[in-house]
Design a protein around this ligand. Structure first.
Ligand code: G6Q
Length: 548
């Protein structure tokens, strides 16, 4: 699509001028001159209520941001995505993640094939498998039912499954143990297996390509652990695979009947609702898994059909652009006030930064503006007792998403209202701060008045839902997926590729034999890398008693 370069778009120029006017205006002023701002600047979809009134915006800002979204082709490209156009330009592929959560009676045709029918075929296979594990019908080699499920995968084949398992633990079977091994560091596998009985353990090897070194190395060691205890014949009963590559799965020794497929049109970081979510389904059961998919779908439909002015992912995406490109804030925080969502920040880190951490446009040009912010976060209230100091009084302004629920899944006395009051209080403190007059009025000692002043004017989004359910989790993840899409569209980059992770893999493949080699290898790296390798080899020799 031939769009005007970003900086030359009239809406971009208008926003640049508008930002100059707004930059010095305080949220205190925006609220005091606009009585119903806190009611007006809100939007609701798929069970998620967003209060975006504590952002450094006016109605004019939003109007200009929507102009920018339009001028950047957000609605056009959104429609193209839902039509299966190859929006993943650098890999010449469609992204049909939305098809993973479409109802059985719908259809999406890609190259003459109905992918929704394919999706539901795999969902049926997953359901059968999950039920057989949950009912105890599936037996291991010695006839014992499976009690431990270990997902082996990394990146998109790990972060989604871990996050979803932790998020939906309340709905999970407590008599089954779920663990997730991702790191090629042998400690990860060793610690996951140390107290488990192979006879009651099943591995799900999750790898889209089935060629990822970390995953295959872990899977091979897991195989040796099973075979060493139960014999070569036991593999079929203790391993299943999730992949797009049947031949490679078979080569590893897993039969096609124990393989769950997915497709090239799903990116790794967009795949937690595909067969990559098999461990999630075993944990929470097929019905809850389908509920999660329904939540994703509800948000998809909201994104697809709602005018951009009331469109939750568009609003969140455009606010992210506002802060990144006009205020030039380098980083953004996501703070879930729910212990079950403790892995959500790590999950969103991949979704946002692997998708939009790019410096080349779809036309192959170097961008002359910033792309993705750096995302990070921790569950509240823990973060408040550590790094929130910088968010309140540091020199870098960090817009936050605060995610909270009106009900706890583990009600206990006043805990939940105490937790929630902190969300509202943090948003208040960050927005309005505390002036020197207010500090004085509190009777503070004169020489620490300056230390106690809180400048405020720090933006937050508050996302509020009734309670954390599988459906809400689906809606929440889909919200961030589409927000990422909106940002990537404005920036004109490919949010679905990840070429930046390739080089390190190639270099590691060259270095591994140099570390393993018995004889002193000839090294032709830069002087730093060669010296590090030599020092490593010396230290390794010194530590032979560790058994390496
Ligand atoms: C995600 C990335 C990446 C990928 C892992 C695992 O979008 O592509 O994180 O998921 O590298 O890849 P495999 O599933 O192919 O093992």
């Amino acid at each position: 699509m031939p769009f005007t370069p970003l900086r030359q778009r009239s809406s971009w120029r208008a926003l640049t001028a508008h930002h100059r006017e707004l930059a010095s205006i305080h949220l205190r002023e925006l609220f005091s001159t606009d009585a119903n701002r806190g009611e007006r600047l809100t939007v609701e979809a798929a069970g998620l209520y967003l209060d975006y009134s504590k952002n450094r915006i006016t109605d004019e800002t939003m109007r200009l941001l929507f102009n920018l979204a339009n001028e950047s082709g957000v609605p056009v490209r959104r429609d193209q995505m839902f039509k299966g156009v190859h929006i993943n330009v650098s890999e010449n592929r469609a992204d049909l993640s939305f098809a993973l959560r479409m109802p059985k009676d719908s259809s999406v045709i890609l190259d003459g094939v109905d992918v929704v029918a394919q999706v539901h075929g795999v969902l049926d296979q997953m359901t059968k498998f999950s039920n057989s594990i949950r009912s105890g019908e599936w037996r291991g080699e010695t006839g014992l039912p499976i009690k431990n499920i270990i997902n082996i995968g990394i990146g998109g084949s790990d972060l989604g499954p871990v996050m979803a398992y932790e998020a939906l633990r309340h709905y999970s079977r407590r008599d089954l143990t779920f663990r997730f091994v991702s790191n090629v560091d042998s400690t990860d596998l060793a610690e996951a297996l140390r107290d488990l009985d192979p006879a009651e353990t099943l591995f799900i090897v999750s790898s889209k390509t089935f060629s990822t070194l970390e995953t295959l190395t872990n899977a091979q060691s897991a195989r040796e652990w099973i075979v060493g205890s139960l014999g070569e014949e036991s593999v079929a009963k203790h391993f299943v695979a999730v992949s797009t590559h049947e031949d490679r799965v078979r080569e590893f020794g897993i039969e096609s009947t124990n393989m769950f497929g997915f497709w090239d049109w799903v990116g790794g970081r967009y795949s937690m609702d595909s067969a990559i979510g098999l461990s999630t389904m075993v944990a929470i059961g097929p019905e809850n898994f389908m509920e999660m998919l329904a939540g994703f779908h509800e948000m998809d439909e909201h994104f697809r059909t709602t005018p951009i002015e009331r469109n939750l992912p568009v609003i969140m995406g455009m606010l992210a652009v506002w802060y990144r490109n006009f205020f030039e804030f380098p980083t953004a925080g996501v703070m879930p006030y729910d212990q079950y969502l403790k892995r959500l920040p790590a999950y969103l880190q991949q979704l946002t930064m692997e998708s939009n951490g790019k410096h080349v446009t779809n036309e192959g040009d170097r961008v002359d503006y910033d792309t993705s912010a750096i995302y990070w976060g921790e569950p509240g209230t823990n973060g408040q007792h550590s790094f929130y100091q910088l968010i309140h009084q540091g020199t870098t302004i960090i817009p936050l998403d605060l995610i909270c629920f009106a009900n706890s899944l583990n009600p206990l006395g006043e805990h939940h209202d105490i937790l929630s009051s902190n969300v509202f209080a943090q948003a208040q403190a960050l927005a309005f701060g505390k002036t020197a007059d207010e500090v004085h009025a509190d009777g503070s000692l004169e020489d620490i008045v300056a230390n106690r002043v809180m400048e405020g004017n720090r933006p937050t989004n508050v996302l509020l839902a009734e309670v954390l359910t599988p459906r809400i989790l689906g809606a929440l993840v889909a919200l961030y997926e589409h927000s990422v899409f909106v940002q990537g569209t404005v920036w004109g980059i490919d949010s679905f590729d990840q070429w930046g992770v390739e080089l390190g893999k190639i270099l590691a493949a060259k270095i591994t034999p140099e570390l393993l080699s018995e004889s002193e290898p000839t090294l032709d790296h830069d002087s730093s890398t060669s010296t590090l390798i030599r020092r490593y080899r010396t230290l390794k020799k010194n530590g032979e008693h560790y058994g390496n």
